[in-house]
Design a protein. Structure first.
Length: 353
């Protein structure tokens, strides 16, 4: 029985217990207090997932574990989250793995897969389960404990203030991108620009960038990007569905928790996945209509350009991931899963035989 199903069984028992009035915590039981950071901005639906996670852990543990959440850049820049968790400045984080590519190139491919054709929850979580051992091993190598992905992210959109009608139109464009997505856009001839989430709105408004990727229709709408976007380019080829929030914790803080509290944390993690599966995709579809109502024009790239871009994405992945043993193992597993799911051409581009 894998860890997902074990956690699901624990969560089922927790959910049942929560239908009854929660008894007060025994005064003799130790109360653990954590701080948790995320790259999601306060006020967005994705941030609410974090708040719900923290509230549910508190209830399910009868107040034995209290986690205080902090949104993007509230405590410090997002890029400092890894070291903050490692050093115990905060005890946990829900942060996208691609931000840590400067520490190890393998993090880039664990957080982002240029040209990925996977767009749905079940296949994405299946892939995440297969990649779990690699992610745990890599994070442990750098002194942090990895507990899986918290959230499901529908395919992102590319917001633009200028029309991009074909692949060649990417040349010379200034595009906000993160992680390996930046390398992908460079391979398309664009200039990659690094910007934190709160800076994207102004950059599009002032047209200091031509386009920006960050999240899906709903999240980007919550950030107001539909107000400063003239075009949305589909599909957003720098990644498909992906890990939105890698769950990282301070190793010492995690080891200090009693086993039953650890089980509660993992079970609530799986509940958050369920919440994201039934919330994020439909809300993204609904939000898309709001973009259309704002007169934002949707440009669909030609199929032949999409296929070419996916091939380019595969080459970027191979070049980046091939630098480490963990990265090579990632390619092996990723291409195998793509082949299993019927994406034969993409699997072959990654070397699957």
């Amino acid at each position: 029985m894998n860890h997902f199903f074990k956690s699901f069984m624990v969560f089922s028992l927790i959910a049942l217990s929560l239908t009854i009035t929660t008894p007060p915590s025994n005064a003799s039981e130790k109360v653990y207090k954590w701080r948790l950071v995320t790259h999601s901005m306060v006020g967005t639906e994705r941030y609410q997932t974090v708040v719900d996670f923290c509230d549910t852990v508190k209830k399910a543990s009868c107040g034995r574990l209290i986690i205080e959440p902090f949104g993007a850049v509230v405590l410090f820049p997002v890029y400092e989250s890894f070291d903050a968790v490692k050093n115990g400045i905060v005890q946990a984080g829900f942060v996208w793995s691609g931000y840590w590519s400067s520490k190890d190139p393998t993090f880039a491919v664990l957080g982002n897969r240029p040209g990925c054709p996977i767009t749905d929850f079940s296949n994405e979580m299946y892939l995440e389960e297969q990649l779990m051992p690699i992610k745990q091993k890599l994070y442990q190598k750098y002194g942090v404990t990895y507990l899986g992905t918290l959230d499901f992210m529908p395919p992102e959109i590319l917001c633009s203030v200028t029309p991009i009608n074909k692949l060649s139109d990417f040349k010379g464009k200034n595009i906000r991108a993160g992680g390996i997505g930046a390398l992908f856009y460079k391979a398309l001839g664009a200039n990659a620009v690094s910007l934190a989430a709160p800076e994207i709105y102004t950059a599009l408004q002032m047209k200091t960038i031509d386009a920006a990727e960050f999240s899906d229709w709903k999240e980007n709408k919550d950030m107001g990007l539909h107000e400063v976007t003239e075009y949305v380019i589909e599909p957003c080829l720098h990644l498909g569905s992906n890990e939105d929030k890698g769950f990282i914790v301070n190793t010492r803080a995690w080891n200090e928790l009693p086993q039953d509290v650890k089980d509660i944390v993992l079970a609530v993690r799986d509940h958050s996945r369920y919440r994201s599966a039934i919330t994020n995709p439909p809300q993204s579809i609904i939000a898309k209509q709001d973009w259309i109502d704002k007169k934002v024009k949707i440009i669909v790239l030609p199929e032949e350009d999409v296929n070419e871009a996916r091939q380019i994405g595969a080459r970027v992945i191979i070049e980046q991931a091939g630098k480490t043993e963990e990265g090579k193992e990632f390619i092996k597993i990723y291409s195998k899963v793509l082949n299993e799911l019927g994406y034969k051409e993409q699997a072959e581009a990654l070397g699957h035989k």
